[in-house]
Design a protein around this ligand. Structure first.
Ligand SMILES: C[S@@+](CC[C@H](N)C(=O)[O-])C[C@H]1O[C@@H](n2cnc3c(N)ncnc32)[C@H](O)[C@@H]1O
Length: 210
């Protein structure tokens, strides 16, 4: 994103979330890019989701922002790191959101197969190399017309080839390409790969015709 486009991003969410995001960024703790959160907030406004799933919730700041935007929504948040999971629970409580959140500590590869309810919006922001492995469960869990947004799919320009891939990163780049090719080629999904943040692959599950 150019500096000009970045200057147009306005994150309209709770001021405490904005402040906490800046603190996390200063510490290089994981948090999605401003333009990614702006896009997710846009999606929440247009989709009015009742059920949201976030894979890799970290400290819950994006999940909290989405719930504050979608006042009637409930969130299932999966996080593998226990310290971050505890912080997420604390943050959801601080925003008065605990009753609307099911926060699950665990590896998404174990948790996803056990989920049964359908979701209107899925934010995939866990381990990038696993995205393609999660895809069958994500498709099962996404309602027709629902949106699956996968973050960090362009990774510093490595994935689209605009920046040479460091040898140590070839494997993760190959796995992300597997994911992009899988969602792009899937006839049940309509997918756009957007240069938002580190790249956001947005897939909508087709409604059945007839
Ligand atoms: C980029 S961060 C998520 C940032 C968060 N979505 C946000 O916007 O604030 C990725 C998170 O995925 C978690 N994670 C990594 N491997 C995981 C796994 N196998 N299952 C669930 N979460 C995982 C990491 O601990 C980390 O907190």
């Amino acid at each position: 994103m150019t500096d000009y486009l970045a200057s147009l991003v306005r994150l309209r969410t709770d001021g405490r979330i904005l402040q906490m995001r800046e603190e996390r960024k200063a510490r290089r703790d994981p948090v999605c890019a401003d333009e990614t959160l702006a896009y997710l907030l846009f999606t929440v406004q247009s989709l009015a989701p009742a059920r949201i799933l976030e894979i890799g919730t970290a400290e819950g700041l994006t999940g909290a922002a989405l719930l504050l935007e979608a006042e009637n929504a409930r969130l299932t948040a999966i996080e593998a790191d226990e310290e971050r999971f505890r912080l997420a629970e604390k943050n959801f409580a601080a925003f008065g959101l605990s009753e609307r959140v099911r926060c699950i500590l665990g590896d998404a590869a174990d948790v996803l197969p056990a989920l049964t309810q359908e979701y209107d919006l899925i934010f995939l922001d866990g381990p990038k190399a696993q995205y393609v492995r999660y895809l069958p469960d994500l498709k099962r869990l996404l309602r027709a017309g629902g949106v699956l947004a996968a973050d960090d799919v362009l990774l510093y320009g490595w994935v689209d080839g605009s920046v040479p891939v460091p040898p140590k990163r070839r494997s993760i780049v190959a796995r992300i390409r597997d994911y992009l090719e899988a969602v792009s080629g899937d006839e049940e999904l309509v997918t756009s790969v957007l240069p938002v943040g580190e790249g956001l692959a947005v897939s909508v599950k087709r409604r059945k015709k007839g």
